[in-house]
Write a protein of this length. Sequence first.
Length: 121
Amino acid sequence: MEQVFFRIVKSVVMAAIMMASAWALTGSVRIALVAGLVPFVLGMTNIMTGVAYSITAGVFLLAIAVQIIGFDTIVEVKADAEKILHDAEVVRSSKKTAAPAPSPAPAPAPAPAPVEAPPQK
């Protein structure tokens, strides 16, 4: 009985942590509820609890990092990265579409000198 009680409490606590973290990251209550169901259901059924709790911990740490760094900074870094990738793609595509410089044609071989027949005696 004691094991069941602790399993329920642990599942509820992990679900609450996941829901709070997902809500802080997305701002959507629906997404937070769905994300919170994952550790709750897996914890209640005692299936893959290590994976569920690891994912919860990762989302929790990500939410803390986003709150410390600031969402505006992340948006700015993303915009800069997209600009760099776009510029690199433009350069790459311009290299592909540019016609290669024609190689100089080899000089024509000199015409052979006419062979004269030897004088007959």
